[in-house]
Design a protein around this ligand. Sequence first.
Ligand code: ZN
Length: 382
Amino acid sequence: MSRPLCSLGSLRKSLLVAGRLEELNAVLDVGLMSWKRELKTLAMLTSLLVRSSLFARQIRLDVIDSRDRVEFLRALFGECDVAKNGLNVAFRCPACDAPREKRKLIVRTDNGLWHCWVCDSRGRSVASLLRKFHPDRVSEWNRRFDPNRRSKFDDDISASALSDVELPPCVSAVDVYDSSDPDYLSVVKYLGSRAIDYDTMYRYRLCIGTRGKFKRRVIIPSFSGDGELNYWTARSIDGENFRYVNPPVDRNSIVFNEVDVDWNRELLLVEGPFDMIRANRNCVPLLGSSLSKDSLLLRRLVENSTPVVLALDADACGKAHKIASTMYGLGLSVRMASLGWDKDVGEMSSDRIVTIVKDATSWSPMSRILFRTSNIRPGAIV
Ligand SMILES: [Zn+2]
């Protein structure tokens, strides 16, 4: 009997917070009691989970400072009407001479979009609105309500400013798959260039950063076995600087996307989350090319006697043997895939991955000795 892929209780709890419990119940009512075996259902549930994390974050944001934002703006633009959702706030537009009582300048307190229905002035951030009418207050607004904007100028305020694991500002990739926003479009194109299509985005709950340093980044969220967000990685689609942003979480304390892992089947270990996506099977990324002896991953493998296939990038062959040796010493069955010298898992076709996994050979201490001797150049002193 395999254990549930995530606890229904915690899923219900998250969805309740997000007001999406009905969707879960609808899914379960279909009678898919073996839902944990149904990949599609699982993808649907966990996709809901991502959205609920985003949604819960949104709710917290609203609760925390929506009122403060409104107060800030009211002090500058005068009395206003707050819409029922608490997000849209209507002021009298200072740019046009509409009658005093007409409040046609709508400001969204969450994303900062603003628009006057009378004179058609508009902008994409509250800062731009303030620059127009109250330039002396722009920096105060940014400091109090837009810390991500601030981080653009101050790279020291990195993800370490986030205390608990919380998704950075982002949207679910499938939600903006058809968006005409040029940044979303670029990210979707980038994913396409890595053979990651709509279904794969859905399957791995991929998100796209919306603000500040997370713009133009693919965010791959990770959930624990209980369905709690435990990690994420944000990869830039541009250039090589700060290619990855990660939360300040000890990688040894989590198993990336344990929610998807079946410990009773052979598990493929790869280096990075993109390798994991490409492999599209029972797979965990090490988030590097080493494995600490006190990592949760190693503990889970031993607890479940899970057989392992190692497929690290070719340049990490020595490290792969070290990992294999550790696991072998703990009584695990280990096979090692041979990647060839020029390829990373993330660049292989899925067919090729199937082949290298099929052809992976059992590892024993002799494999390491053979590897070492094959690496000794003729004439070298051993
Ligand atoms: Zn106006």
